[in-house]
Design a protein around this ligand. Structure first.
Ligand SMILES: N[C@@H](CCC(=O)N[C@@H](CS)C(=O)NCC(=O)O)C(=O)O
Length: 79
């Protein structure tokens, strides 16, 4: 499963979501507008920054929209 921490109005998150849409990928979205979700993100990744991807099947987690985009393009190329 792919989980993406996002924030409403975040252009970097929007970019990753658009890439996901283009590749036909769906994410479980978690929005840090909810303080509990933000705290969960900090506990998990170490800082409050979105987007943050968790690919639980592959044990991969990362910040940085450019890195996330590259990872998605490589790992889940459009069929
Ligand atoms: N270089 C990062 C920049 C990410 C970034 O600046 N995210 C902002 C939202 S647009 C953020 O997480 N701010 C912290 C906050 O809103 O609490 C990327 O490309 O992912």
């Amino acid at each position: 499963m792919l989980t993406l921490y996002v924030k409403t109005g975040c252009p970097f998150c929007h970019k990753v979501l658009a890439t996901g849409e283009e590749l036909g990928i769906s994410f479980e979205e978690k929005n840090i507008a909810d303080d509990a979700v933000a705290a969960e993100l900090v506990a998990r990744g170490g800082k409050r920054q979105v987007p943050y991807l968790i690919d639980s099947e592959r044990g991969v987690e990362m910040y940085e929209s450019g890195d996330i985009d590259a990872y998605l393009q490589t790992t889940y190329p459009k069929q």
